[in-house]
Design a protein around this ligand. Structure first.
Ligand code: SF4
Length: 375
């Protein structure tokens, strides 16, 4: 298939759904986690849930980069933005993420110079055009976006741009999946593997999921038929008593990943001993920091960063949503106190967040309606 509408063919989707249903054992219930927020978005946007038999439940994982940023890091970034002559640059999604002291939008309204950019190179351009200011890029994302941040640091170094730095919040996907597998709250049968991250890290790092936890993982693309085919591949494994890593998204994901992207990350960044994830707590070796050799571009060494830990609001259940323990609508404030306009938690902010996807597309889905009828 070459064109996007071919990946959205309803007849093919129905045929795949029938094949999936045929693979389900009677009286068995299957729980599959889609790790990536992009998959969550596709699932709700295209109603994939409704194609699947009732014995298969899709739960959402921690793969939305905005969703996992803890409140304390937002506060730290605001503290940097409030220092003299600073321009803080960030992606648009981050602007509304609530911290303990409000969001970037709130801080901007109070006078901080916080600007939206589309890429780290845009942030570098801001630095070039404002030589009398200190320009900081709030870097977020998994291994998918870390290479572009690292390349930008290398570009800044090669051009001798001294007023540019990054506030590094890049996280790594494997420790988060490990934390979920170790969580006693959750029993999973398999994983729809993250497509974007895998373009960089490849499929091999997921081996432990099959080997040590005996669960299948299929790296999946982002169109409706990609997701359905991935579910079919997982179900084939389960029906055959296999647990392997497979690559449905082979048109984009190389099995060995992208060695050049990995090399550039490794040149500029190294693993932190630990990092706090929103709702998941501290996970060791789960994030990146700037290496000593590029300290001149590390905002955490240039500025005073308070580094305070801020507890999530009591009503917020983002942690349970990010671990797939509850569905977004099971959070007490979903769609009432917490909406995309007035987010309490991060999962309602980014379009990749499970709560935002569910709010925008899935509010009237099968399980929600059933639950409403029951209560
Ligand atoms: S509804 Fe809001 S507070 Fe509840 S889990 Fe979702 S984002 Fe978090």
């Amino acid at each position: 298939m070459r064109f996007v509408d071919e990946f959205r063919d309803a007849e093919k989707a129905q045929a795949l759904a029938a094949q999936i249903t045929a693979l389900c054992e009677p009286a068995r219930h299957y729980k599959l986690m889609e790790v990536c927020g992009g998959h969550t978005h596709t699932i709700y946007k295209h109603g994939i849930d409704d194609y699947l038999p009732e014995s298969i439940t899709l739960v959402h994982g921690p793969g939305c980069p905005v969703c996992v940023i803890p409140m304390g890091r937002v506060d730290d970034a605001i503290a940097i933005a409030e220092q003299p002559d600073v321009i803080l640059t960030t992606f648009g999604d981050m602007m509304r993420v609530p911290g303990g002291r409000g969001s970037f939008f709130d801080s901007k309204a109070k006078g901080a110079d916080i600007r939206m950019v589309y890429s780290p190179l845009d942030a570098l351009k801001v630095a070039r055009h404002n030589p009398d200011k200190r320009v900081v890029f709030m870097a977020i994302g998994f291994e998918t976006t870390a290479p572009s941040t690292a390349m930008t640091v290398l570009r800044a170094a090669s051009e001798g741009i001294e007023n540019f730095s990054i506030f590094c919040n890049h996280v790594t996907i494997i420790p988060a999946i490990k934390a979920i597998l170790d969580s006693p709250d959750l029993r999973l049968d398999g994983f729809i593997g993250p497509g974007h991250v895998s373009t960089v890290i490849g499929c091999r790092p997921y081996d432990f999921i099959a080997r040590l936890h005996a669960k299948p993982l299929v790296c999946a693309g982002f169109e409706p038929l990609d997701i359905l085919q991935s579910v079919y591949m997982i179900m084939q494994q389960l029906a055959g008593g296999r647990a392997e890593v497979e690559n449905q998204y082979s048109r984009v994901v190389p099995w060995e990943g992208n060695p050049k992207a990995l090399a550039v990350i490794s040149e500029v960044m190294e693993l932190r001993p630990y990092f706090e994830w929103r709702g998941l707590g501290f996970i060791s070796h789960s994030a990146l920091k700037v290496r000593d050799s590029y300290a001149a571009f590390d905002a955490e060494r240039i500025f005073e960063v308070p580094g305070v830990r801020v507890t999530d609001p009591k009503a917020c259940q983002c942690g349970e949503v990010l671990k797939g323990v509850i569905k977004p609508w099971e959070c007490k404030v979903f769609g009432t106190a917490c909406t995309p306009e007035t987010p309490i938690g991060t999962c309602m902010v980014s379009s990749e967040g499970a709560c935002a996807a569910y709010y925008n597309f899935g509010r009237f889905s099968r399980d929600r309606v059933k639950e409403a009828i029951r209560t």
